[in-house]
Write a protein that binds this ligand. Structure first.
Ligand code: TRP
Length: 463
């Protein structure tokens, strides 16, 4: 009786998804965000265009999908946060350290992610105020962005605002907030991107951009292309730090984890590819540098709006949706440390959320000053590779790659492929492509990730 009550209590305080669609939408909401629309195009632009895109897609299928299935299975089996999950499956082992790395990575990513997310809110406001109504060139759009981010009060204020929004939603619990929002808004985002892509592709001079984006130039291939493609695939799919373990812990046993993961990977990749189709044709049509870095979307999008009838309404819409897409991602980033402190240390949800939110905000300040407000932070590693880029590479590429490596080892060898298959096959579900998954999680994932990380460590070419 007491036991039952306890279980019931735990259940309501953790929450759960209302249906399979609910989970897919929420997980897609976590996956789809600035990673697709801000990070993917600029990283692709810096890493050779089409050749990067091809490798990226390979990594999504061969590494992303198998790791996602593993994370979901671990989460659903244990119904725990990453640290608790590893602890439960292998008590008194070092595996919980990997969960701990995930908790730290969540805060690390959130700290710079919320800065960029804050800028999307700022851009929404700027567009509504008419700041872009009269721009004539991409250079002008670039100047507007530069002076905007050079203001420390605006940058820190917007960071604060976005962390606050995330804190408020996460405080409200799991399914209610996240699901409801994502279900309505993600399809609208997809539609707007399609319209923007059409406008971009039909600009005079757009062909060069399509060639850059779609026709691989093998001479542009370098080994750092691999690091960024791997990091980008994991980042975009929210893998390698236990987000999907935490989300998996809320999925019903009735759902097929393989098809759920498949949907999430498909939609996430679709949105990223579309974002590239918006960005590159316009970029080349306006004679900009595809390797322009983090400012890319903020310069290219307003330049496209300026060339569309009703462009500013469009612009306001897209930045608002981007902010919402970012919010459904920041929620999932904050949820990992919060679930950890609630489950493992018995903290009240409210206390965990407020404390983690505060830490994130403080950690985010140097990133907020790294796009022009502070000279040292703006050129932290090298000229124009600032503190934000540093955090992005450190947490967004390396932490996630290390996490994904160990998750693959864990699922492939330690917990074992039988245990994962058992979890997937709950309630008569079919494990589609099971042999392929086994091969990938045991051999392709660990080997590919290891080789890439070893190469980076060996050459010292970290950034
Ligand atoms: N995937 C999200 C995006 O593309 C960002 C994100 C949310 C994330 N949760 C994550 C990245 C966990 C890595 C790990 O915008």
């Amino acid at each position: 009786m007491v036991q039952e009550e306890l279980v019931a209590n735990l259940d309501t305080s953790r929450g759960s998804w209302s249906s399979k669609i609910g989970f897919v939408v929420a997980a897609a909401g976590s996956a789809i965000g600035l990673g697709n629309i801000w990070r993917f195009p600029y990283v692709a632009g810096q890493n050779g265009g089409a050749i990067f895109v091809i490798i990226y897609i390979f990594f999504v299928v061969l590494i992303g999908l198998p790791v996602m299935i593993s994370e979901l299975a671990i989460g659903r089996n244990t119904t725990k946060n990453p640290v608790g999950a590893f602890k439960m499956l292998f008590p008194n082992s070092l595996w919980k350290v990997i969960g701990g790395l995930g908790v730290i990575t969540g805060i690390g990513i959130l700290s710079f992610y919320a800065v960029i997310a804050g800028y999307t809110v700022g851009y929404f406001i700027k567009i509504v105020l008419g700041d872009f109504a009269r721009i004539e060139s991409a250079a002008q759009a670039g100047e507007i962005f530069a002076s905007f981010t050079a203001n420390p009060f605006i940058s820190i204020g917007l960071l604060f605002l976005f962390v606050l929004l995330t804190v408020l939603v996460v405080m409200g619990g799991v399914s209610a907030g996240i699901e409801r929002w994502s279900k309505i808004l993600m399809p609208i985002l997809l539609l707007l991107l399609i319209l923007l892509a059409i406008r971009s592709i039909t600009l005079p001079g757009a062909e060069q951009g399509l060639i850059f984006y779609l026709k691989p130039d093998f001479s542009k291939f370098t080994l750092t292309t691999l690091t960024w493609a791997l990091g980008q695939a994991l980042f975009s799919l929210s893998l390698g730090m236990g987000t999907m373990i935490t989300y998996g812990s809320y999925i019903s046993k009735k759902d097929n984890l393989v098809t759920s993961a498949g949907y999430v990977c498909f939609f996430d990749t679709l949105i990223a590819i579309l974002a590239g189709l918006v960005m590159f044709p316009a970029l080349f049509a306006m004679g900009m540098d595809p390797a322009g870095g983090p400012k890319l979307v903020f310069v290219v999008l307003p330049s496209i709006f300026a060339k569309m009838p009703g462009g500013m309404i469009f612009g306001a819409g897209i930045f608002l949706l981007l902010a919402v897409a970012a919010l459904t991602s920041t929620i999932s980033l904050l949820e990992v440390p919060v679930a950890y402190f609630v489950d493992e240390h018995g903290w009240k949800r409210k206390k965990a959320v407020i404390l983690m939110g505060s830490v994130t905000f403080l950690m985010g300040i140097p990133s907020a000053l790294a796009l022009g407000a502070n000279h040292f932070l703006t050129n932290f590693i090298k000229e124009n590779f600032g503190f934000l880029d540093f955090m992005n590479a450190l947490f967004g590429n390396y932490s996630l790659s290390i996490g994904a490596f160990f998750i693959a080892i864990f699922a492939g060898y330690q917990w074992g492929t039988k245990a994962v298959a058992n979890e997937v096959e709950q309630q008569g579900n079919i494990f589609f492509l099971r042999r392929l998954w086994i091969f990938s999680i045991r051999f392709i994932c660990p080997l590919a990730i290891f080789v890439i990380l070893a190469y980076i460590a060996w050459t010292g070419n970290y950034f």
